[in-house]
Write a protein that binds this ligand. Structure first.
Ligand SMILES: [Ca+2]
Length: 277
């Protein structure tokens, strides 16, 4: 509801009306446990295509994973998790669920988004201003680079890294040096689309799940315009919500039009297709 409410408030404010309460909500930061998930989905963004997540099948997910980054490459599911003291990067066989390799981050680092670039993996940290470059096979740390601001989501479009920081801004970075090479402000029906979190570069789009909601935005990286909104609410059954946190984690399944979606401490991952609502 957060995003829908924002859009609605933005439209009403633009029209000069004050018929609904539009007091700003104070967002909790990404690392806080948000036990309340009341998002009912977005469907009020004018003529914007509205998609839903149709479940193809359900996969198990380690409930101890405070998921911050999810990506699939060559049949391996890479998952980066957060929280100080329990952040890690894990490589799992997508077909069998077998954990192939895992590395833990030092306790002073809070892991965030990840992405594969050839034989390397980049892993962000939340507020430590450090990106870790890893060997894709061993997951071993190769080097660290520094950046300013927070690190949330990350994906690689084949030539550039795309990074989110919880705002409406996507920053493009060189995949080798990690230096910024540009960026774009994301707008949904003219309104800043903030709290962009985990990312996925797929099909020429940037897909972003929105923190504190169960909405996934399809973004044109050239213009920053949101070109579709996916309502991914209702994936997790009410009986499975106890102890879980927000939806976070979107990975395209290569060679298909399907995605795997999960959330922080969710007991399941969902292989889905985005179909017209
Ligand atoms: Ca991803």
């Amino acid at each position: 509801m957060l995003l829908a409410r924002r859009v609605l408030c933005g439209v009403l404010l633009a029209l000069g009306t004050g018929l609904v309460a539009c007091a700003p909500q104070v967002p909790q930061h990404d690392g806080q446990q948000d036990r309340e998930q009341t998002d009912q989905g977005v469907g009020h963004a004018g003529s914007l295509p509205h998609l839903r997540a149709d479940v193809i099948h359900v996969l198990p997910h380690d409930r101890s994973s405070f998921t911050q980054g999810l990506e699939i490459a060559d049949g391996t599911l890479y998952e980066g998790t957060g929280l100080h003291g329990s952040s890690r990067l894990r490589a799992t066989d997508l077909a069998t669920g077998e954990v192939r390799r895992e590395v833990r981050l030092p306790a002073d680092l809070f892991g965030e988004g990840i992405t594969v670039t050839g034989d390397r993996i980049w892993q962000l940290t939340w507020q430590e201003g450090v990106a870790i470059e890893r060997d894709r096979q061993t997951l071993a740390e190769l080097r660290r680079v520094e950046y300013s601001g927070e690190g949330w989501g990350l994906c690689f479009d084949g030539s550039r890294l795309v990074m989110s920081d919880g705002s409406d801004r996507l920053t493009f970075r060189d995949p080798v040096t990690f230096e910024p090479v540009g960026g774009v402000d994301v707008r949904l029906a003219g309104v800043p689309a903030e709290e962009l979190n985990e990312l996925e570069c797929a099909g020429g789009h940037v897909w972003a799940n929105v923190w504190g909601s169960e909405d996934i935005l399809r973004i044109d990286p050239a213009s920053g315009q949101v070109t579709a909104v996916v309502d991914a609410s209702g994936l997790l059954a009410p009986r499975d919500r106890a102890g879980t946190d927000v939806l976070n984690g979107i990975a395209a399944v290569p060679g298909t039009d399907e995605f795997v979606i999960t959330g922080k401490n969710w007991p399941s991952m969902f292989r889905v297709r985005f179909d017209p609502a």
